[in-house]
Design a protein around this ligand. Structure first.
Ligand code: 2P0
Length: 340
């Protein structure tokens, strides 16, 4: 390949109802538990990959600044896989921007690596189906495998003793219009989260007395939750989402991995107040201090007003089920995930 090969992709974050927390022992970044999520529109990562002659290494601009070495190393590992698959050796210039806070628990690694996987594979001339793009994304960040697809998505646990040759992609459970759902994101901090997910998972696996219980419970919660989702049982979905969230955080907390802050607890209390007032509202939290609240769309104004009044909640974003990663080269927009 000669000259410059470029592609631009957009991907959205996803919020897990049934949480991925913990990795299989061995190579390949395989999750130890299954997860179920919804991909959101309204929050986006846009990433352009340009493989060029004359570059002496990969370069990356992230949100207008040169990416730090750790981010660059993770990106280069993905680009190396793409270069190997496409049988060429050009380095790349990558530009990526989020329209929401990076590394603060709003799953920027999910949308970031989903957009990068799609843009890099297309720029390299690999016209891969969405499941292959999802597998590539998973190797960098398991939650990113889910953001390749739109709507409601699941990712199985990996094989018990994985090798790097094993593959695992996410798949669609239901389309974005399957359920009347809004996810209200209560932003409680603009800063970076205290412990990166990968390090938090490792600490939990090494030190938490409750990790084995989490590994035993999580698949059961995920199976019941998927059934509730398929049956459009909003309350069961919400209750099981809270069950997964608190089980994950309890196991992490027992290892000293604490993502909650004061405003997090106050927002959780506000969700319970809403339920006390008859509003079907259920909370979830990822590896950060924000609280995401599942409500029906008709309850958005009332729930937003109640949550925005919580001290320490900086703002409330209204996110809805959305589409998967897609290419946006110039005027041409092509859906990458056929099932979105
Ligand atoms: C999830 N999280 O299912 C869970 C819930 C955070 C809490 O997936 O190490 O950034 O890159 O595979 O995907 C965050 O973990 O971790 C995550 P890596 P990732 O959404």
């Amino acid at each position: 390949m000669t000259g410059t090969r470029t592609a631009t992709a957009i991907a959205h974050p996803n919020i897990a109802f049934a949480k991925y927390w913990g990795k299989r022992v061995g190579d390949g970044n395989f999750p130890a538990v299954p997860s179920v999520s919804v991909t959101l529109r309204g929050l986006s990562t846009q990433t352009t990959v340009a493989f060029r002659e004359g570059l002496t290494g990969d370069r990356m601009m992230l949100d207008g600044a040169v990416a730090d070495d750790a981010v660059l190393a993770r990106m280069t590992a993905m680009l190396d896989r793409v270069r190997a698959a496409a049988s060429f050796a050009l380095f790349a210039e990558v530009t990526s921007a989020n329209d929401f806070p990076t590394a603060s628990g709003l799953a920027s690694s999910a949308s970031g690596f989903a957009a990068l996987a799609l843009a890099a594979s297309r720029a390299a001339g690999l016209d891969w189906p969405a499941d292959k793009v999802s597998d590539l994304a998973r190797r960098s960040s398991a939650s990113a495998a889910r953001s390749v697809f739109g709507g409601f998505v699941e990712l199985d646990a990996g094989p018990v003793a994985p090798t790097a040759d094993d593959s695992l992609a996410a798949r669609v459970v239901a389309r974005a219009d399957h359920l009347d759902l809004a996810v209200l994101v209560c932003v409680t901090s603009e800063g970076k989260k205290s412990v990166a997910s990968t390090a938090g998972m490792r600490a939990t696996a090494e030190r938490s007395p409750y990790y084995a219980t989490w590994l035993a419970e999580a698949p059961q919660i995920a199976a019941r939750l998927k059934a509730a989702l398929v049956a459009k049982d909003f309350d069961a979905l919400g209750e099981l989402t809270e069950a997964s969230t608190f089980a994950m955080h309890a196991s992490a907390m027992a290892a000293g991995v604490l993502y909650l802050r004061g405003a997090t607890i106050d927002a959780l209390a506000a969700v319970r107040e809403l339920r006390g007032q008859g509003v079907a509202a259920y909370a979830t939290m990822d590896a950060g201090p924000h609280v995401k609240v599942l409500v029906k769309t008709g309850d958005v104004p009332r729930a937003t007003a109640h949550l925005a009044a919580v001290q320490g909640v900086l703002r409330v974003l209204d996110a809805r089920p959305g589409d998967g990663a897609h290419i946006v080269d110039g005027a041409n927009a092509t859906a990458a995930a056929s099932a979105t």
